[in-house]
Design a protein around this ligand. Structure first.
Ligand code: S3P
Length: 430
């Protein structure tokens, strides 16, 4: 499917964005492990979290969903059942990797697969530690790629130094550790998003932090309990509007109820350093997660910056739209230490350099990053999403400030995280 984007004069108005994708997955999984009814408010009703919901149903958990409201009838950790069908994670790396961690501790057999993109993405980072804890896992390329089969149960604890700063890896090991005998300790080379830790605490699981910052979980955990989870808007979805608002020649945008977890707000800091006028308002907490409204004003030219490796985990999913901000900034932006982008829903370094390049941006692909020479205007043209939701939305924002109209191919991919994205974009631009 294609979408045409017309150049915009200003971005103006107020909007909210759909629920946080990472938190929605975790809410469904942890609520399933309770032995009570849990109400989830603000659930992201999009393809990725729906994959998690359907997989948990296949494991015997009853759920009632009405749009962004889900009532989960928790089955208890020991109440999950061997699925009679293959679990399909679709496009969702979070579904696949977190479920592997959960299934590693269950004494039954399950097979997990995903779509064409997910079947290319690395799974050894998760299957490695889970096998060490005692799970039997097999799959293509010696357990490196989906489809994977798991026979779990009887796990031992693990001291795990993750080689990558990845919330999916950390969360998979935490979900296995819940079910393992003894104390599991996890460290990672940079701080990845901590939604699993916050939500485990919300569900009454006693986590501790050691002197080296290691996360410690004493298993097996007998019960999880919570009555409600309130999911904030997804800062990664808000990011497209924050950049649109900052690049607009005029106008002011207010984005309501956005998750402002400090492990996720790297883009807001980088944009502020580039000169964007961003204010956070009305800060509060939902189920242990910081939330606030984001006000962004246009009318000021941004300036290029250097983004270095240690900043990457806090803006890993925002690099596509950061590259768009850089394409319109004065001077050069260099993004380094972002090799992880090559194993996302697409090879995002390649996709960005190719597709923003087609719109006329001066962008160069490097082994682990991008170098972008900004211009006041780029010509616009035709670009493709590479089947990746965040590339599609980043190209749409790029098209708003181009000289002529921009056509984007493969926009159905936005259903993964942000149904309604293009309608909202139309509402706030003219
Ligand atoms: C996610 C973690 C990140 C992120 C992804 C969602 C999560 O992936 O890119 O979109 O919900 O845990 P990695 O753990 O691979 O860095």
């Amino acid at each position: 499917m294609q979408m045409k984007i017309e150049p915009a004069e200003h971005c103006r108005g107020a909007l909210s964005v759909p629920g946080d994708k990472s938190i929605s997955h975790r809410a469904i999984i942890l609520a399933s492990l309770t032995e009570q009814e849990v109400e989830i408010e603000g659930f992201l009703d999009a393809e990725d979290p729906r994959s998690t919901l359907v997989c948990m149903q296949a494991l015997g958990v009853k759920m009632e969903q009405q749009g962004t409201f889900v009532r989960v009838h928790g089955a208890g950790i020991n109440g999950l059942k061997e699925p009679s069908t293959i679990l399909d994670a679709g496009n969702s790396g979070t579904t696949a990797r977190l479920l592997m961690g959960l299934l590693a501790g269950r004494p039954f057999y399950a097979v997990l697969t995903g779509d064409r993109s997910l079947r290319k993405r690395p799974m050894a980072r998760v299957t490695g530690p889970l096998k060490k804890m005692g799970a039997s896992i097999d799959g293509r390329e010696n357990g490196r790629l989906l489809p994977l089969s798991i026979r779990g149960g009887d796990l031992a604890s693990l001291t795990f130094h993750s080689p990558v700063a990845s919330a999916q890896v950390k969360s998979a090991v935490l979900l296995a550790a819940l079910q393992a005998r003894g104390s599991t300790a996890i460290t990672e080379p940079g701080v990845s998003r901590d939604h699993t830790e916050r939500m485990l605490l919300h569900f009454g699981v006693p986590l501790q932090w050691g002197k080296q910052g290691e996360i410690i979980l004493e298993g097996p955990v007998k019960s999880l309990t919570a009555e409600q989870v309130k999911v904030p808007g997804d800062v990664s979805s808000a990011a497209f509007f924050v950049v649109a608002g900052a690049l607009a020649p005029a106008g002011e945008l207010l984005i309501h109820e956005v998750g402002l977890n400090p492990t996720r707000t790297g883009l807001l800091h980088v944009l502020s350093r580039m000169g964007a006028q961003i204010t956070l308002l009305n800060q509060r907490k939902y189920s242990g997660e910081p939330v606030g409204d984001i006000l962004v004003r246009g009318g000021k030219r941004l300036v290029g910056v250097d983004v270095t490796a240690e900043m990457i985990p806090r803006l890993i999913d925002e690099i596509p739209v950061l590259a768009v901000a850089a394409a319109y900034a004065r001077g050069t932006t260099r993004i380094q230490g972002a090799g992880e982008l090559r194993v996302k829903e697409s090879d995002r370094l390649h996709a960005l350099s190719q597709e923003l390049g087609k719109l006329g941006a001066r962008i160069e692909e490097m082994p682990d990053g991008l170098s972008i020479q900004g211009s006041r205007r780029i010509p616009g043209g035709s670009g493709s999403s590479h089947g990746d939701h965040r590339i599609a939305m980043a190209l749409a924002v790029a098209g708003l400030f181009a000289e002529k109209e921009t056509i984007i191919d493969g926009v159905e991919s936005v259903q993964v995280s942000f149904p309604g994205f293009f309608d909202r974009l139309k509402e706030i631009t003219c």
